[in-house]
Ligand binder design. Structure first.
Ligand code: CAA
Length: 391
C-alpha cells in the first residue's frame, strides 16, 4: 500500500492578542485560573477584516507553490464559524490562490472534527490517485461572548495541510478508530452569533469519548498502541490534553512510565495553543505543529497518535509515522516569526474589536488603510459580496 499523508503544513494566527493575565484582572478573576487551571497565556484576537477566508488564505499561501496549484484536485474547507450558509469558503480560496480550474471546492462541518474528516477524505482520494494532491484548510474564530465562562477559551487561526502521496511530514495510517454520540455539549443554532456550551459536561464527554476510543484501539490494534511515541490532542484549552492523559492513568490504560513520557511530549505540543486559544477545527493540527516546533525528543520514524474531537459529538484516533520533512527549519521559522510580530492589545481594545460587526446592508469598505493586516484581508463588501485584498 502506498504511503499518503501530510506533505506540508502551514499556520496563520491574527496579528493581535490579549494577555490572559490582563483579561483575568479585568474580570476580577485570579490569573492562575487561566494560566494554570485552564492553561492559556494569550488569546489571539482577529480584527473584522481577518475573517475565516482571509486567515485560511494566509495559512495556505505559506505552503503551496505553482506546481502544487496544478496538482490540487480538491480544496476542502473545514470550519464551524462560516459566514455563509450556502457558498463554501473554499470557493474564495480557489480563486485567491490560483488553483487549477478543474479542482472541486467545498466546505465540511462537524464542529472541531471537520478538519480531520477532510484530511481522511483527502487521504482516501490520494490513495486512489497518487499523482494528485488535496488541500485541506481548517479556519475558525472561536466566540463565546464577553464575560462568559467560555471567554478564556476563545481564539482564532487557520491550519492548512497539503495531502499527497509524498507525506514528507506525516504518513497517515489507513486504519483509525472513531466513535460518535449524539449530544448537546457545544452547538450553535443559526440564530446565535456565539456558541452555546455546557462547559463541564463538554469536558467530561471529551474525556469519555477519548477513554472509549483508546480502549477500542488497545483491543483492536494493540501493537499500534504500544508503538506510539507521542500523542496529540484537540486542545480547546491546553489543560484538556493533560486531563486526557490523567484519565488514561486513572483508568489503568497507561502505566506511570509511559504517562511521564507522553506528558513530556504533550507539554511541547501545548505551547502554541497556549498562545493562540481554541481554533476549533485546526486545534489538533496546531498541537501537532507545536510538537514539531518544540519537541526535541521527536525524530523521523516516530509513531504518533492524534485524537480529534468534535462536539455533538465525534472522536477519532488517527495514527501515523513522522518523516524527515517534519523537522525542517522552515516550518519552525515560519511559525515562530508570526508570534514575534504579534502585538499585545489591552482588554478595552479587545472588547472594542470583539463588538465590531459588519453591516447587514451588504455594503462595507475597509477604511483602516494604515492598519490593514499583512497578507490577505477583507477589503470590501459590495452587494453582499466579499472581496479580499492583499498587503
Ligand atoms: N489557580 C489555579 N487553578 C485554578 C484556580 C486558581 N486560582 N481557580 C480555578 N482553577 C482551576 C479549577 O480547579 C479547574 O481545574 P480542573 O478542571 O483541573 O478541575 C480549572 O481551573 C477551571 O476552573 P472551572 O472549572 O471552575 O472553570 P469554569 O467553570 O470557568 O469553566 C470551562 C472552564 C468549562 C473550560 C469553560 O471555560 C468553558 O465552558 N469553555 C468552553 C467549552 C470547552 O472548551 N469545552 C472543552 C470540551 S468540548 C471541545 O473540546 C470542543 C470545543 O473545542 C469547544
Amino acid at each position: 500500500m502506498i504511503e499518503v499523508g501530510i506533505e506540508k503544513i502551514g499556520f496563520y494566527t491574527p496579528e493581535q492578542y490579549v494577555s490572559m493575565e490582563d483579561l483575568a484582572d479585568a474580570r476580577g478573576i485570579d490569573p492562575n485560573k487561566f494560566l494554570i487551571g485552564i492553561g492559556q497565556a494569550e488569546m489571539a484576537v482577529p480584527t473584522i477584516d481577518m475573517d475565516i477566508v482571509a486567515m485560511a488564505a494566509n495559512a495556505c499561501e505559506q505552503i503551496i507553490d505553482e506546481a502544487d496549484k496544478q496538482l490540487i484536485d480538491q480544496v476542502i474547507f473545514a470550519t464551524e464559524s462560516s459566514f455563509d450558509y450556502s457558498k463554501a469558503g473554499a470557493t474564495y480560496l480557489h480563486e485567491m490562490l490560483g488553483i487549477q480550474p478543474f479542482a472541486k471546492v467545498f466546505e465540511i462541518k462537524q464542529a472541531c472534527y471537520g478538519g480531520t474528516a477532510g484530511i481522511q477524505m483527502a487521504c482516501d482520494y490520494v490513495r486512489l490517485r497518487p499523482n494528485r494532491k488535496v488541500l485541506v484548510v481548517m479556519s475558525d474564530i472561536s466566540k463565546y461572548g464577553l464575560n462568559t465562562g467560555g471567554e478564556p477559551t476563545q481564539g482564532a487561526g487557520a491550519v492548512a495541510v497539503l495531502v499527497s502521496a509524498e507525506p514528507k511530514v506525516l504518513a497517515i495510517d489507513l486504519e483509525s478508530t472513531s466513535l460518535s454520540f449524539q449530544s448537546f455539549d457545544f452547538w450553535r443554532p443559526q440564530y446565535s452569533k456565539v456558541a452555546l456550551v455546557e462547559g463541564h459536561y463538554s469536558t467530561e464527554l471529551y474525556l469519555d469519548l477519548f477513554e472509549h476510543v483508546v480502549q477500542e484501539v488497545q483491543a483492536q490494534r494493540p501493537n499500534v498502541w504500544e508503538q506510539i511515541d507521542a500523542l496529540y490532542f484537540h486542545l480547546p484549552f491546553t489543560k484538556m490534553g493533560k486531563k486526557a492523559l490523567d484519565r488514561l492513568l486513572a483508568k489503568g490504560l497507561l502505566d506511570e512510565e509511559r504517562y511521564a513520557s507522553l506528558l513530556a511530549h504533550y507539554e511541547s505540543s501545548a505551547k502554541l495553543g497556549r498562545r493562540v486559544g481554541n481554533i476549533y477545527t485546526g486545534s489538533l493540527y496546531l498541537s501537532f505543529l507545536s510538537g514539531l516546533v518544540y519537541d526535541e525528543k521527536l525524530q523521523a520514524g516516530d509513531h504518533v497518535g492524534l485524537f480529534s474531537y468534535g462536539s455533538g459529538a465525534v472522536g477519532e484516533f488517527l495514527t501515523g509515522t513522522l518523516h524527515e520533512g517534519a523537522f525542517t527549519q522552515a516550518i519552525r521559522d515560519k511559525t515562530l516569526q508570526q508570534f514575534e510580530q504579534r502585538q499585545a492589545i489591552s482588554v478595552a481594545t479587545y472588547e472594542e474589536i470583539y463588538q465590531d460587526t459588519l453591516p447587514e446592508t451588504g455594503v462595507w469598505q475597509n477604511e483602516s488603510s494604515s492598519q490593514q493586516p499583512k497578507g490577505y484581508y477583507l477589503a470590501e463588501i459590495d452587494k453582499h459580496r466579499r472581496r479580499y485584498g492583499y498587503n
